[in-house]
Design a binder for this molecule. Sequence first.
Ligand code: ADP
Ligand code: ZN
Ligand code: ZN
Length: 732
Amino acid sequence: MPSAPPIAQIALDIPVPRLFDYLAPGLTKADIGQRVRVPFGRKEMVGVVMGLLPDSSYALHKLKPVLEVYRDAPALSTELLRLLNFCSDYYHYPLGATVMAALPTILRRSQPVQVKLASAWQLTAAGLTLRTDDLPARAPAQRALLDHMRDGQAHPGTALAAICRGYRSIVKAWVSRGWAAQIIQPATLHPHPAEADAPPQLTAAQQDAVAQISAAFAHYQAFLLHGITGSGKTEVYLHLVAAALARGGQVLLLVPEINLTPQLTGVFRARFPHIAIATLHSGMAEGERLTHWLAAAEGRARIVLGTRLAVFAALPQLALLIVDEEHDSSFHQQDGLRYAARDVAVVRAQQRGVPVVLGSATPALETWHNAQGGRYTLISLNQRAIAHARLPTISLLDTRSCKPDEGLSATLLAAIRSRLDAGQQSLVFVNRRGYSPALMCFECGWSAACTRCSAKLVLHLREHQLRCHHCGHVEQVVHACPACGNLDLKPGGFGTQRIEDSLTRHFPQARILRVDRDSTRKKHSWPDMQRAIRKGAADILVGTQLLAKGHDFPKLTLVGVINADSALYSPDFRATERLFAQLMQVGGRAGRAGAAGEVLIQTQFPEHHLYRLLQRHDYAGFAASLLAERAAAGFPPFVHQAVLRAEAGRLDTALAFLHKAQCAAPHMTGVTLFDPTQAAMARKAGAERALLLVQSPTRKVLQAFLSAWMPQLYALKANNVRWNLDVDPLEI
Ligand code: ADP
Ligand code: ZN
Ligand code: ZN
């Protein structure tokens, strides 16, 4: 009698916390981690084989069979499945949905993948013995091609075309003479060849950092690389990457912004021109992302640069993880599987037994706390890498005594003028895009608000629109107050467009460039703008935090900050931490290449201790004062939190669900369950929002509580309520 087929446990993207059993004739252990097509209800779905069992707890005759195994891409390794299992447990999100969320979209579809193939050309042994003199003297193109291909590597057609447009007929002739061979290989990751660049001599501090971290290559260790802006963290990464590559490993480097990947990719490609580098971020076309994902999964790409989703990339030879700007909030995924990529990176390093480097000038308070407690090894870079570059001087401009004119104070205007005269660049930082964050009636106090959110509409004067930055709602600008009929509606506050106008009036001859999400929407516009800025094709930059992150503009010597104060008195306990980081970061753009930098901050609260510490560039002092405050108030990192959120058409419905959830909660010592409340942003995109906060001084107790609570939550009737759990929430 033939033995019964095994049972496959399949992860499916279904919002229930379990796997699904299928009959799996013909499947073997090698198929674990492989994608399969299975019937589900009346549809078919793609899932991932998580395990094979001899038997099922369900009646066998009710089980359906696996329809197809796609063996077209490498199976997810047990190691990666273990990481996904951890994330599912820790974030209390269904395992199937967690696993599927880690795959590029194309792999989630029920069809086999087609990999784009391209031709590459390589010299044969005979071709390698050729001397330039063997080629016709009057054929410089042939000679150039031969020189280029002498390294014996396979060169994609796109790369050869850059040397000689008519390369095809030449290499084809060589193939027929046995000098070259054509190779069909997966399309190259980055088609244009990079210009090679030589590493600079490391500073003593950089050398020390590289040495300390390289010494840990054989085991898990987490490092916090705390380096002031311009201290040369990138150079430390580059050396560590070189060391990891030399050991035959792959490296994963996470960055916060899609916008930073092209720039960083350029830096890495120049340093490692012969190494395949994959990039992974949500802005890539599906097919492109698949090509890069596969290159990483097959071990061909040795370096992977990406945003938070790249933390789940399959990397068979992973030897080192780096998280740049680790404090950045964009490492937090805010829907679906709500995870913090920085934390997942640390767990991944721990599971794999390799080092992880968290780099920042202003580490997240949690990370700093971990370093203080010895869990992470702290490495500091306290000097700027370029010998004569110093940190900028930071001055506070009191806007109570010296009223700004259309947002710009006389001192700031004079400083910009002096930079214009000296042929240097200025940056004006405004943390709001649009013209003005509000359109107001000063007669009756009305202001334009979104009907679907508890938020004001932002005036976009260029587009003659009022826009909601939370739900995307758009309206035409109204010209009379709907409440009292007043025809004189005025903008309240400053956005980038308004400051741009103001600057244009003051400096009509200057070249002013606005950089925000509106002006950079088109795919290549921001990289193009960066090149222009670096070449000196702009005098004054106006922009949001997009401008603050990680850029190196050598001609920039002045940074002005317009409206930072609101964060000082925000109900969000993390607001000052974010503000400090943001100001350090944007201030760090000034004077990077040697010319002294200056930062001018317009504020109504120049005596605030945050500004005082900022003036001294004293992150450690600021972190110490914040930690003392948080300890006294019982906030993270001294407690661990989770938030149960509920959304419904009516607030009552959302709150009622949370009350039921509260009643269903297991009693556990060391866990505090607060009463359900309305969310800080009570309405968003038409949904009323409420939340329930849970916290505990220890992570373990909180996790035990959540594990016991979740089944109760799934058992609750949640009619017309959408709910989710957010572990280690960034905002409450
Ligand atoms: P960070 O990321 O720490 O803000 P970067 O890595 O961008 O700093 O480095 C700041 C500047 O210093 C860059 O222009 C970089 O090329 C330069 N730099 C870094 N290390 C060195 C070095 N060892 N010698 C000379 N220049 C360096
Ligand atoms: Zn009015
Ligand atoms: Zn809205």
